[in-house]
Design a protein around this ligand. Structure first.
Ligand SMILES: [Zn+2]
Length: 118
């Protein structure tokens, strides 16, 4: 795939966007499919007042699998959000036998007390 910052790529993408728009559609930046405007959530801060990813892509962005992939790519553990930490904790706990879960929760509790980031 070409670098999206490449000027030629940008020009092609701009033309495709314009073509889609003239047909009452918008191209999703994630799946690349041209979809009706109604398939995009509103976002007041963008030029067309719509998000760049379609609703379907936005929805599966929050699935556990997507979240885990994103966390895996994170190089700096400090940049994880509290929700990411909670997710990891739950994922780890879910794999532990019940008798170890209570113990792990206690340990996690103590770690949080020591960790100023949480
Ligand atoms: Zn999409």
């Amino acid at each position: 795939m070409r670098d999206p910052r490449d000027p030629v790529t940008r020009a092609i993408v701009a033309q495709l966007d314009e073509l889609a728009r003239s047909m009452g559609k918008k191209i999703c930046r994630r799946c690349g499919v041209a979809k009706p405007f109604g398939e995009f959530y509103a976002q007041p801060t963008t030029r067309d007042r719509l998000q760049s990813w379609c609703k379907a892509c936005q929805k599966n962005r929050t699935t556990p699998r997507y979240r885990l992939e994103r966390i895996r790519r994170t190089r700096d553990p400090e940049s994880l959000t509290p929700r990411d930490r909670q997710f990891l904790r739950d994922a780890v706990l879910a794999r532990l036998p019940a008798e170890l879960r209570a113990y792990a929760l206690t340990c996690a509790g103590h770690r949080e007390l020591e960790d100023p980031a949480t």
